[in-house]
Design a protein around this ligand. Structure first.
Ligand SMILES: *Cc1c(COP(=O)(O)O)cnc(C)c1O
Length: 448
């Protein structure tokens, strides 16, 4: 049975009109003004930077490639909505993300779902709304999907997520080989061998998420080539209609990062290996999941200096913001701590001093940057700006650890500015989960 669901609707060319010219940066004066209006700490995103990155991606990928926005990169509904407007589908990993993507205007037919522990309820939700494909991670999962779809009397579409062997260039932390994500090639072959028994599930193709946040183009070319070889071996008696190359395109985050060069990736994707995937039939739909690359550079995290002190020969500036909003800099989701891209009030070299930037948490990991060269005159109230914070920031952080407010998020689009997430006080969080908390009955009773 071939379900209509397997056809991805046309995706408009997001790049058209958006790729022209570099996005205008936000001046320090404008950042100061926004920070004054909304308070610190806060996140500020620049829509122009996201559209520009999306345009670069569009230009680099083969025509007609489908793009999926991985909601986990930045789940603010306005950001998801921005990518929906650019024609992106979504990659989701929970029922919450599925609901969010659909509420942001992404049709179910443009949604794929990944995740190593999808429950029966998750699979039933995917079948009921009719997403484009469940990216299946194991034999047991596709068997459950088949049983659930049969019970619901609905068709369902699956993509086999491959877990490919590590190659010599693999970095620590890359999910390549023996991970909880996806299946090895023999398992995929075995599933294809019994695919007739999996009705009403139809397998439409393959997925591989090669890496996370890599800035090395050669890395992608090598991994895509490995993926394509596996796809070719698995396609002897099966014609895939969808090949999803996953995500992981990096964006500069640390001060010494340079941007990912898309040219070698584009050359590979327009080359013979990809063209050879098309046999006699129509070419398979190619897919890409693009999160960090398109959102990371657009975001800034702003915090103010609360106190400055010198101890044991070092200067410390304690900020009102910390790793509870930006856990990524603590090293928890990274493997090295290097200087992040950070700026403070202007000062020339001779008038600056290495400074430890720490946050308000009573935890030694709450250090946002080390030995940053900042003005000798740095004082309480000064604004510190962290760049490259549009992805895996607020929502990938332990927001409730030590009871501080959730930071507001502001989206700037040219001259316009929109509060896209308000500040949430910790007592409001408590009131949500505990009806007998005083804040639930009488908001504002707990001293702000
Ligand atoms: C996390 C994840 C992504 C996100 O990738 P980016 O690095 O943000 O582009 C995409 N696909 C899958 C399957 C993921 O788990």
């Amino acid at each position: 049975m071939r379900s209509a669901m397997a056809e991805l609707p046309d995706i408009p060319n997001a790049g058209a009109g958006a790729a022209g010219g570099p996005a205008a940066g936000l001046s320090r004066a404008r950042l100061e003004e926004i920070a004054k209006r909304h308070g610190t700490p806060c996140f500020i995103y620049d829509a122009a930077v996201m559209r520009e990155a999306a345009g670069r991606v569009r230009a680099a990928l083969p025509e007609g490639a489908a793009l999926f926005y991985p909601v986990k990169a930045n789940p603010n509904p306005a950001i998801v909505g921005l990518f929906a407007a650019l024609g992106y589908g979504a990659e989701v990993a929970s029922r919450g993300e599925l609901a969010l993507a659909m509420a942001a205007g992404i049709p179910a037919k443009r949604i794929v779902w990944s995740g190593p522990a999808k429950t029966d309820d998750d699979l039933a939700a995917a079948v009921k709304v009719g997403i484009y494909a469940v990216q299946v991670e194991a034999l047991g999962e596709i068997e459950r999907l088949a049983a659930i779809a049969a019970q619901l009397e609905r068709p369902a579409t699956a993509v086999l997520r491959l877990d490919l062997p590590k190659d010599s260039g693999a970095r620590r932390g890359d999910w390549a080989g023996a991970s909880s994500f996806g299946m090895d090639e023999p398992t995929a072959a075995a599933i294809l061998g019994v695919r007739d028994r999996l009705a009403p599930v139809e397998i439409v193709g393959f997925h591989n998420h090669p890496t996370s946040g890599s800035l090395n183009a050669a890395d992608f070319v090598r991994r895509f080539a490995t993926f394509i070889e596996a796809v070719r071996r698995l396609s002897q008696e099966f014609a895939p209609r969808f090949i999803n190359f996953g995500g992981g395109f990096g964006a500069p985050f640390y001060a010494d990062d340079s941007a990912l060069d898309l040219d070698p990736i584009a050359a590979f994707l327009h080359g013979r290996e990809i063209q050879a995937l098309t046999g006699d039939g129509p070419p398979p739909q190619l897919g890409f999941e693009m999160g960090r690359y398109v959102t990371g550079p657009a975001g800034r995290y702003l915090a103010r200096v609360v106190a400055v002190k010198r101890t044991a020969g070092r200067r410390f500036a304690a900020l009102d913001g910390g790793i509870h909003h930006l856990m990524v800099v603590s090293g928890t989701m990274r493997f090295l701590r290097r200087p992040v891209a950070v700026s403070g009030p202007p000062a020339d070299e001779s008038k600056s001093e290495p400074t430890e930037l720490t946050g308000p948490l009573c935890a030694p990991t709450d250090r946002l940057a080390s030995a940053v060269s900042l003005s000798k005159a740095l004082a309480p109230g000064d604004l510190i700006v962290f760049s490259g914070c549009g992805a895996y920031g607020k929502h990938a952080s332990p927001l409730n650890f030590l009871g501080h407010d959730w930071p507001p998020e502001i989206l700037v689009d040219g001259d316009e500015e929109r509060l896209i997430a308000r500040r949430v006080r910790f007592e409001e969080v408590l009131a949500l989960q505990s009806p007998d908390h005083p804040a639930a009955a009488e908001p504002g009773r707990v001293p702000p």
